[in-house]
Design a binder for this molecule. Structure first.
Ligand code: ATP
Ligand code: MG
Length: 319
């Protein structure tokens, strides 16, 4: 049951009429039932476009998408009652209260009467908004609005919850609260697709991750698999004084150095896949000491998701 496919994306492309390059380029993607799937990528990578097609809001230019436990058998199926979307742009009516927003969106989902009332109550409880039910949304903080957005997405008890950057602009307390709620929903069996620019969120939440860039999936797997497949190491150290640019150039010219960034006395060196056998760490440390710099802290370790992400997608600005 756990390993059954829930979302099947087959050779899907999306070409917007006014652009030369596809926003989504021939993507194949299979998402397991019950997984907490993370979709990562820089601005303009095609995340929202892909999610919109998964949610049936946008038609693919080519390819097919199906959702549900029988997705493998029935490629054309698109049962929207199965899925809930928490959109990137907040979709709330500011002049209505939280309760009125929930009633409105619930009715749009085909709920009414006692079942709607019960679901509103449950979703207010899940998102801890019971005390705010009669408050107008225009007076809500960013965190409260995000929570109400989540409550709306949960009203019709979706089996698949699609979240497009749900933690933008909220404080760590609200973020942790949303994380706990999402983990709980996932533990209860809900499949989640989660998009974020915060790599540590994906590290904390997601058991399956895809990195997308220029409309293509460029890496896919669990966090461990991703980090292991792209074996990279980093050296991070602080010095009392800034590194002179001549030293930065010297280190960056070493054959095994993928990238070096140095600012505010903090330097990070990314070691590429072909780490040499010789004592490269000693070489680097020697060159720093020879420059007369005191190292105040030093850590060395495998790269984290953020480093891997930058390595795969580059440091160039997008959009
Ligand atoms: N309605 C549209 N018409 C034309 N081009 C679009 C439209 N929506 C998105 N695009 C383009 O398609 C590409 C993918 O955009 P998309 O919004 O899917 O990216 P994203 O990964 O969600 O980015 P972000 O992280 O900024 O939300 C971009 O080049 C974008 O400019
Ligand atoms: Mg987006």
């Amino acid at each position: 049951m756990e390993d059954e496919e829930f979302v099947a994306v087959r050779k899907v492309s999306k070409m917007y009429s006014n652009s030369k390059l596809p926003a989504v380029d021939n993507i194949d993607l299979s998402i397991r039932q019950g997984s907490f799937f993370g979709l990562l990528g820089p601005n303009g990578a095609g995340k929202t476009t892909l999610l919109s097609m998964i949610c049936g809001l946008l038609a693919p230019t080519s390819g097919s998408i199906s959702i549900g436990p029988d997705s493998a058998k029935n490629r054309q199926s698109q049962d929207n009652s199965l899925l809930g979307l928490i959109p990137q742009e907040l979709a709330l009516y500011p002049t209505l209260t939280a309760g009125e927003n929930l009633a409105f969106f619930g009715a749009m989902q085909g709920l009414s009467g006692v079942p709607l009332k019960n679901r509103i109550k449950t979703c207010l409880e899940i998102t801890k908004l019971v005390a705010r039910v009669n408050d107008k949304v225009e007076n809500f903080s960013g965190g409260l609005k995000r929570r109400l957005n989540l409550a709306i997405g949960l009203l019709h008890e979706p089996k698949l919850l699609v979240l497009d950057e749900p933690t933008v602009g909220i404080d760590p307390q609200s973020r942790n609260f949303i994380f706990d709620s999402l983990r709980q929903l996932n533990n209860e069996g809900m499949t989640l697709i989660y998009t974020t620019h915060y790599m540590e969120e994906a590290e904390q939440l997601c058991d399956d991750i895809a990195i997308i860039d220029s409309g293509k999936i460029i890496a896919r797997g669990t966090l461990d698999e991703l980090l292991h497949d792209n074996q990279c190491q980093s050296i991070l150290f602080r010095t009392k004084n800034p590194l002179p640019s001549t030293l930065i150039e010297k280190i960056s010219a070493l054959p095994f150095v993928e990238k070096i960034t140095s600012a505010n006395n903090k330097t990070e060196i990314l070691i590429g896949n072909n780490t040499p056998d010789n004592n490269f760490l000693a070489d680097i440390l020697d060159s720093i000491r020879n420059a007369g710099l005191d190292i105040t802290s030093l850590t060395m370790g495998a790269t984290n998701l953020e480093q891997l992400f930058l390595q795969l997608t580059g440091t160039q600005l997008r959009d």
